[in-house]
Ligand binder design. Structure first.
Ligand code: CMP
Length: 193
């Protein structure tokens, strides 16, 4: 169950000087960083990362609608329209200044990283998580100013997404498998890996 996942410190995180904070949280929990670089993403990389995927756009729009209705705000677009608009804004946002890309490996790395970063909507992110500790952004604020939610980091949502996204940001020769000192302690039997 060793998984690979991609973490991005997005332009808001880089500009706010939170790169070290994010790296430190990944390292100290025991996950292994196997790739790390700063990238000024071009439109191609940004467009591949936020892929033209109707299912993703619909589900992003549905979450936004559910949140707006919960907050008593009117909804004027369909889920797909919202998803398409959010995707366009994300591509522009992530290519506006440098991003730090981090390839991470470890047992159940995907859900572990998701729990470290917290809810997509920082307003709901628990204290102790990256989004909970470092921003008060929300659907409401981002909708009001017509920009993506600035939630500092991106992390892959599934194991398959992790492999796909690492491929978007890294070449194979930029990934560096090695052994961390505690692996002999934590992975005692082959079936735990
Ligand atoms: P990320 O983890 O990079 O994945 C998709 C991003 O879309 C998410 O973080 C948010 O920054 C952004 N996002 C998702 N839904 C919305 C929305 N309704 N309005 C603005 N931005 C959004």
């Amino acid at each position: 169950m060793i998984e690979r996942t991609l973490v991005l410190v997005k332009p808001d995180g880089v500009q706010r000087g939170l790169v070290g904070e994010v790296i430190s949280r990944i390292e100290r929990c025991g996950l292994k960083i196997i790739g790390l670089k700063m990238v000024y993403a071009d439109e191609k990389t940004a467009g591949e990362h936020y892929a033209d995927d109707e299912a993703w756009m619909k589900s992003t729009g549905e979450k936004a609608i559910a949140n707006a209705l919960k907050e008593g705000r009117p909804v004027k677009e369909t889920a797909l329209e919202i998803g398409k608009r959010v995707r366009r804004a994300l591509i522009a946002f992530i290519s506006m200044s440098p991003t730090v890309a981090i390839a991470v490996e470890g047992h159940r790395a995907v859900p572990k990283i998701r729990s470290l970063i917290g809810d997509t909507n920082p307003q709901n992110a628990a204290p102790g998580t990256i989004r909970g500790d470092f921003t008060i952004d929300s659907y409401y604020l981002s909708d009001n100013s017509g920009r993506p939610i600035q939630n500092i980091v991106h992390a892959s949502g599934t194991k398959d997404e992790g492999l796909r996204e690492i491929n978007v940001w890294f070449n194979e020769n930029e990934l560096h498998p090695y052994k961390r000192i505690e692996e002999d302690l934590i992975y005692r039997r082959a079936n735990e890996v």
